[in-house]
Write a protein that binds this ligand. Structure first.
Ligand SMILES: [Zn+2]
Length: 72
């Protein structure tokens, strides 16, 4: 399985932007939540197409937003 490189950014009013890339392509997922609201989500859609739980890491090695933001 391909491992993807993920980076996270917080833009403007606490909007969380996740960018995932391999050598050829880049995907982004924007979470239009305040950070405080993000914590109350049950599942997170990742740019690679996977869905993870708050403490989850997908099989590409992409962590949930909460893990990468060190909120849990
Ligand atoms: Zn994935």
């Amino acid at each position: 399985m391909v491992k993807l490189k993920a980076s996270y950014a917080i833009r403007g009013d606490d909007v969380v932007v996740i960018t995932v890339s391999d050598k050829k392509e880049t995907w982004t997922e924007t979470y239009d939540y305040q950070i405080a609201e993000l914590m109350f989500e049950d599942m997170y859609d990742l740019p690679c197409g996977c869905t993870v739980e708050p403490d989850g890491i997908c099989h590409h090695g992409v962590k949930s937003p909460l893990l990468i933001l060190e909120m849990i």
